[in-house]
Write a protein that binds this ligand. Sequence first.
Ligand code: TLP
Length: 351
Amino acid sequence: MSDALELVDLRSDTVTRPSAAMRKAMADAPVGDDVYREDPTVNLLQERVAALLGKEAALFVPSGTMGNQLCLRTLTRPGDEVIAQEDAHILHYEGGSAAALSGLQIRTIPGVLGLFDPEDVAGMLRPQGEHFARVRVVEMENTHNRCGGTIWPLDRMQEVAAMARAHGLVVHLDGARLWNASVASGTSLAAYAANADSVSVCFSKGLGAPVGSALAGSRDFVEEARGNRKRYGGAMRQAGILAAGALYALDHNVDRLAEDHENAVTLARFLREVPGLEITHPVQTNIVIAELGGLGVDAEQTIAALQARRVLCGLAKRTSIRFVTHLDVSRRQVEFAGEVAVQVLTGLAAA
Ligand code: TLP
């Protein structure tokens, strides 16, 4: 089949390219200067996202990292502590920015599959006094990237948020892939977001827009985040061109995430054929992490060998590799990648 001859890029759902229809919507978008708040397309997107998340306001930002970091900056003062699960994106993949830009320390909960319990939060509280950092934010990531796209069950989020709030803490939700959680679980975006004071979501991952994320919260919070966005150099001018891609994605690419989730299950089925390979998480959304430790093959070597066969994946942890399904890979391509992965891994294990 012709598409099987092409590169099957499963490194991330960030690699998607805007479709012709999305590009047209972007080209045709009415725009204005968003620093003057005069870009109608950005304004529309912000209103739409605020409504979807059940928040008073939202703000368009260039990236998920900036969304998370603006939320953290706006919720805290230097020296504060952020409580997060030990595999959190804000800790591993944002260049140390919580420390560099906001003077924060992140204290981690081990958790299981990226999730934790209200008692874990209680265990992180500190007495008041000059020795202690102020514990300020509890962060949840839904879906959880480094733990294989796992979904926070709504009731567990509610319990964690209730515990945090009972102790005067605020909650941030890294919802880069909240769309995936919502489509897979049937829980509304707003129901998840109700458990957070600040939320960030991305259009540039499974939704297939080329650029852009948003943060959301109360009107006052978003107003302050807007000032910080300017300071961080993230205030854009005729950004409606980009916001139009995000609006197009909201209209066309949310429900279809279910296909990506099915494709991830299919891929995992192939991978499980390899004796010794482990997928240690339930495949709930669009991420599959294969643990290679038991197989005795090197993760980097595996990635290179797969690349030579035109299948791209990424390193997850030292001994595991990550595959992410998305709208630019078809069922057939996923099956092709699965077949290749079985051959390559079986061959490496036997060598
Ligand atoms: N994740 C990227 C890489 O940074 C690892 C990926 O390929 O998955 N929160 C979560 C949960 C994310 O997965 C990401 C991106 C971000 C935030 C940051 O988004 P960007 O890349 O737009 O800064």
